[in-house]
Design a protein around this ligand. Structure first.
Ligand code: ADE
Ligand code: ZN
Length: 319
């Protein structure tokens, strides 16, 4: 029986497995520039975040209809449930779809067809977090928030993702203020490839409650002390860090040092179809490669519920 856990860092578009990509391509008359799933998998040798993002955005071309988004989400939920995920806070990237002529309504309604029935069908409660692409303009982010207004009953919060370096959090001050005024929760990717200063800025300028990745906080002891003191959760993604080369090998991952420092760490999968594993696979990998004890693994699972946006009653039920 896998440990019950919450997944707090998961891009739904990053759960697009090669088999489903080809199935949806055929259904929608989209031609992929790969002969088959084997050839596509060979393209999964990434140099850095950008080389991954190029493929991630390219493959989104197969996602066109509500049915596609429903199928994508259901495929994820089946895998997540099998790995002990009881609650998932799921990112989506509307700008990447709107730019291809696929509207906010298609994306949210499609995902919701799966998420709205997820508790009964899969035993997994879910929430949706809408991410802004940080390599797009602040105006585009504001337009995206506007487009989301009819769907806010299905969106718990906002996040910030895509190419980090050169796109500091401060660029999105206004849209985060507007999101807060609408009652949305706030998270942001920071300190994945970008410097520790981006983590501080995400906290101070964007008012985030949780930091996605946050790995590079370890370069700044004063920041670590602050994150510990303020109990700011970090959503770490160990297999992602190896595949995107922010750490050389999993055995070098700073997770044990981060736990020893008292940081509120969680373990998540990021883009599991691309990085070699879902939430349970990430737990198994850190246990194996970092020698984490059963107690440490239970602490990570407990942290995932503490750091979630679940109300406490729901949190207890999930455990
Ligand atoms: N979008 C999807 N996965 C991402 C990641 N790991 N970092 C930034 N943006 C992303
Ligand atoms: Zn991510």
């Amino acid at each position: 029986m896998p440990i019950p856990k919450a997944e707090l860092h998961l891009h739904i578009e990053g759960t697009l497995e090669p088999e489903l990509a080809f199935e949806l391509a055929a259904r929608n008359g989209v031609t992929l520039p790969y002969a088959d799933t084997d050839e596509l998998r060979k393209a999964y040798a990434f140099e850095d975040l950008q080389s991954f993002l190029d493929l991630y955005y390219e493959l989104m071309a197969v996602l066109r209809t509500e049915q596609d988004f429903e199928d994508l989400a259901n495929a994820y939920l089946v895998r997540a449930a099998a790995q002990g995920v009881r609650h998932a806070e799921i990112f989506f990237d509307p700008q990447a779809h709107i730019a291809r002529g696929v509207g906010m309504g298609t994306v949210v309604e499609g995902l919701w067809r799966a998420l709205g029935r997820s508790e009964e069908n899969h035993g997994v409660s879910t929430q949706l977090i809408m991410c802004f692409l940080r390599d797009e303009s602040a105006e585009s982010a504001l337009r995206t928030l506007e487009a989301a207004k009819p769907y806010l009953d299905r969106i718990v919060g906002v996040g910030l993702d895509s190419a980090e370096v050169g796109h500091p959090p401060v660029k999105f001050r206004e849209v985060y203020e507007a999101a807060a005024a609408l009652g949305l929760r706030r998270v942001a990717h920071a300190g994945e490839e970008g410097p520790p200063e981006y983590i501080t800025e995400a906290l101070d300028v964007l008012g985030v409650e949780r930091v996605d990745h946050g790995l590079r906080c370890m370069e700044d002891p004063a920041l670590v002390e602050r994150l510990v003191r303020e109990r700011v959760p970090l959503t770490l993604c160990p297999l992602s860090n190896v595949r995107l080369r922010t750490v050389d090998v999993l055995a070098d991952h700073p997770l044990p040092a981060m736990l020893d420092a008292g940081l509120l760490c969680t373990v998540n999968s990021d883009d599991p179809a691309y990085f070699g594993g879902y939430a349970g696979d990430n737990f198994a990998a850190v246990r194996r490669e970092l020698g984490l004890s059963e107690d440490r693994l239970r602490e990570l699972a407990r942290n995932s519920f503490v750091a979630s946006f679940l109300e406490h009653d729901e949190e207890r039920r999930a455990r």
